[in-house]
Design a binder for this molecule. Structure first.
Ligand SMILES: [Cu+2]
Length: 252
């Protein structure tokens, strides 16, 4: 009973994309600033070979539930995202609950676009950050074992610390090795002032499934979309629609 679940962990990455093969004396055409979605398990191979950076197709059968976890490695820059990198997934031809599946970024809807989980610093000007602040990213200070309920972390400097009740992912960059957990408590308490050394001990409401190495990334920067396939809608176009004017020409 219930829908068949198809789960995909997707990353939006900034990587060279080969657009054509070499012909005669002409070298292959490569967009050095490619922007493309990849599935978790393929990310390393795509980064290593611009030929493998091809558009991602998500296939589902009628009555499936497509369960998508989306994250981004596209850092802030000055010439494409103007220090405000954000990406989402906007699938066309769907009936949306725009609070949960549309990739919205506007109005009073919950923000479903993501900042980069690999960004740990920020362009500053006159003592203030330019564009959006540093994303809420951290790194594990100590390795953890399966079943552990606490992590020791160092937040990205200048970022806002996590808060109690938030759900964060430990090991967000690890294919099939992520743990999403609710925060039960944080010490020192960020509500009484941020830690000068940016270091916090976090306790989760339940233990983690996987082992994690020191240095792995801990982040709030992910979104989970669920798409129920009620009817056969054929081929559906989808893309980033947070920064389309600059991501589309590069593949997004
Ligand atoms: Cu669109």
């Amino acid at each position: 009973p219930g829908a068949g679940r198809k789960q995909y962990n997707l990353h939006f990455i900034n990587t060279p994309i080969q657009l054509s093969d070499a012909i005669g004396k002409e070298p292959p055409l490569i967009d050095k600033y490619g922007l493309i979605y990849v599935i978790d398990e393929d990310m390393a191979a795509v980064k290593a070979d611009p030929k493998k950076a091809i558009p991602l197709v998500i296939r589902a059968n009628v009555y499936d539930c497509v369960d998508v976890l989306l994250t981004s490695e596209w850092n802030d820059d000055d010439f494409t995202n103007f220090q405000m990198s954000k990406i989402n997934i906007h699938p066309h031809f769907f009936q949306f609950d725009n609070q949960a599946s549309d990739g919205v970024i506007t109005g009073m809807s919950y923000d479903q676009s993501m900042r980069s989980y690999v960004q740990f610093d920020k362009k500053m000007k006159d003592g203030h950050h330019v564009g959006l602040p540093v994303p809420m990213n951290a790194k594990l200070l100590k390795a953890t074992k399966p079943g552990d309920t606490t992590v020791e972390i160092e937040m990205a400097h200048h970022s806002t610390p996590f808060h109690v009740g938030a759900d964060i992912i430990v090991g967000i960059e690890v294919p099939n090795g992520k743990d999403a957990r609710w925060i039960k408590s944080i010490t020192p308490d960020p509500n009484k002032g941020f830690a000068k050394d940016h270091k916090y001990k976090i306790t989760f409401t339940e233990g983690m499934t996987h082992a994690h190495k020191a240095g792995q990334i801990v982040s709030t920067e992910y979104v989970r979309y669920r798409w129920w396939v009620d009817v056969d809608v054929g081929l559906v176009f989808w893309h980033d629609h947070a920064f389309g004017a600059t991501t589309w020409p590069h593949g997004g």
